[in-house]
Design a protein around this ligand. Sequence first.
Ligand SMILES: O=C(O)[C@H](O)[C@@H](O)[C@H](O)[C@H](O)COP(=O)(O)O
Length: 242
Amino acid sequence: MLQVFTDKTALSTFAADLFVQTAKEAVARDGRFVVALTGGSSPVQLYHMLAEPPYLNEVPWARTYVFWGDERWVPLDDEKSNYKMSKEALLDKVPVPAEQIFPMWKAEVSPEAYAKEYEQILLELFGGFKPQFDLILLGMGDDGHTASLFPGTAVLTEQEKLVDAYWLAPQDMYRITLTATLINAARKIAFLTFGANKAKALYEVLEGAPDTNQYPSQLIRKDADTVHWLVDEAAAAQLQKR
Ligand SMILES: O=C(O)[C@H](O)[C@@H](O)[C@H](O)[C@H](O)COP(=O)(O)O
């Protein structure tokens, strides 16, 4: 479902309400809330809001399990780390038990080995069944990528692995990411998309011809009830069907 907001605060408020509601439903149903956070700049305001009243007191933090959709393969205190950003904006300020936080990086293992380990952690949490996140937050790059599903990469056609890691040559670094097959198994997905620089890609992803290799965000399912495209007016500027 496409939802267009006048500004970032309105969008982040909607996302915070969605986060709380999804968390409460998950805890009522399963006794826990399993979420994947996103990096980039788009979720920063949302994370700050979740760390303040009223959201701070409404999210069942003690029963929340925190994962990430993707990560740059850099140490946890690196400026480029999604974990570091999420920790500073949110996780340091809320009572999530430390053992329920699963950074997508570990010292002295290869990214490929840790991708397998991360998959195992998820499988164990879900008793060996295919993991089903209650909520996955995503951003979209102006090239149409989401998580670390970048245009033209082999991970886009990965069918078996739930988590994958690979060398992203243009950025000169490893990336680790949930695969599209795992993301699409989530109960709810929310894309946070701001800014005029995203307008062309957003049009291509939502209304353009199918081309998942060039616009990887097209790999993510589009069910109206469970997949929220939360966008601002600038990002929505080229959409015809609103
Ligand atoms: O940066 C990351 O960690 C993610 O890999 C990426 O998928 C991100 O969500 C988009 O690139 C949007 O980034 P912005 O929110 O900064 O526009």
